[in-house]
Design a protein around this ligand. Sequence first.
Ligand code: PLP
Ligand code: MN
Length: 374
Amino acid sequence: MTSYAPKVGDPISSLDTPSMIVDIRLMNANIQKLFATLLPTGRNIRPHLKTTKSAILAQKLVDAGAKGGCVAKLSEAEIMTARGFPDLLVTCEIVGAAKLKRLVALYRKNRKLRIVVDSIKGASAINDALAEDDEKNGLLEPLNVLIDLDVGLRRTGIDAGQPASQLAAHIATLSKLKLIGVQGYEGHLQHVHGDEERKAQCLASMAILTSTADALRGEGHDIQVVTTGGTGTAEFCATVPGVTELQPGSFIFMDTDYRNAIGAERYGQSLTILATVVSKQTPSQVTIDTGLKSLTTDSGLAECKDQRYTYGCLGDEHGSLRWEEGTPPLDVGDRVEMVPSHIDPTINLHDVYYAHEGGVIQDMWPVDTRGKVQ
Ligand code: PLP
Ligand code: MN
């Protein structure tokens, strides 16, 4: 038994650091705002669970009106299924013999699973794996699949036009895959600054997506799902006829990168990393116990919630906070809250959320799919 066991009712001041803390009121306000904006548009909301990595939070989103969730990786889908959350779309391509084995095993447990493909080779390999298992064990109905379409991100996704049509025609010949829709994620637009510019570029991407869905329908395919959108674009995607499903993730907690792009008005910073001052280096500079192990830097440095203090990363375990003359000085033992710059990979560095109201712990949620990189 460890002597350190935080519990509900404890003040967050008693937490060891670094700790990931969530302001429940701000988080609930973010959830409420997103669903109040998007539910009336009639779109399905399938939040991307790559942000929270938590079955408890996935269920909270369903309670707010979500229909299922997205995961990025098969290993995330395995965990979420085991936690009783099976209605999942895996938004990344599933490639390679080891993954195909896992996919078949998971599909045996979870017939609600949806996946994406963006190549004839990839679709055939998945179909072959499913068909082989069906031959041995029987009773395996076709797996619901969406064509992943490139709408400008140039990450994954097949090109619109002839390539997409050929892939759809190929899937139609496969006995163990059922084509149900198209995914087109405009990830390159999520952080475009300024609503007007982001909206204009988003609508151009949506035109590629919805015209492809229409073209595929014209070729006889039963395209029911047209899925897209993130925190920066979901409300624009929802105005486009033909878009049926939205995949925002980061809105629940936000980060400084999103705040810089879409403003602080829509969603609040509901998650911070609690840190302790461990050393005083100069009269206007201290060292805190958050570095690369607890805050990511790919989208710029995290910020101190109290903006009078400027953060600098000092490596794996440490960071600095500096301030101008006249600012109340920090000293060894003081606590600060750090606002992450990129929420998804920051959460991946922590085991548990300490959810609090007014500084009192109300709940603790495990980060179920932490480290599920495969
Ligand atoms: N959909 C896909 C395919 C994604 O990769 C992501 C994030 O990377 C999202 C949706 C959610 O976007 P956000 O967290 O920016 O809301
Ligand atoms: Mn991200």
